[in-house]
Design a protein around this ligand. Structure first.
Ligand SMILES: [Zn+2]
Length: 115
């Protein structure tokens, strides 16, 4: 067995995906200009948008898989789904407004990486 846990591997993949996503967004305006100048077919741009969307979902899926939240009220730990990871309001960096599945408390909860 390797030294790295599954969560650590996913966390590395998460960081990598975020970098690729960041670069893809930065490159986007340049691609738009190239599209106009060289008159690339529109399906190329649609393809690129699909690629960015898939990457976006990948990032949220990985974040949901590696993160754990602790309820400030009942102190129970819980994970969230991909859908919740995308839709939950980000109160600040690394924190989301979540409803505890154990006691129903709606509160700002800080994400921690699973061990
Ligand atoms: Zn709770």
């Amino acid at each position: 067995m390797s030294m790295k846990s599954k969560v650590q591997t996913l966390a590395t993949l998460y960081t990598l995906c975020r970098w690729i996503y960041f670069l893809s967004i930065v490159v986007f305006p340049i691609l738009c200009i190239l599209l106009l100048v060289f008159q690339f077919p529109v399906w190329m741009m649609i393809g690129y948008l699909c690629y960015v969307l898939v990457l976006y979902c990948m990032i949220h899926l990985l974040h949901a898989k590696i993160s754990i939240y602790t309820c400030p009220s009942c102190h129970q730990a819980f994970g969230i789904s991909l859908w919740k990871d995308i839709t939950a309001y980000n109160a600040k960096a690394g924190s989301k407004v979540l409803v505890c599945p154990h006691c129903g408390t709606k509160e700002v909860m800080e994400s921690k990486q699973k061990k």
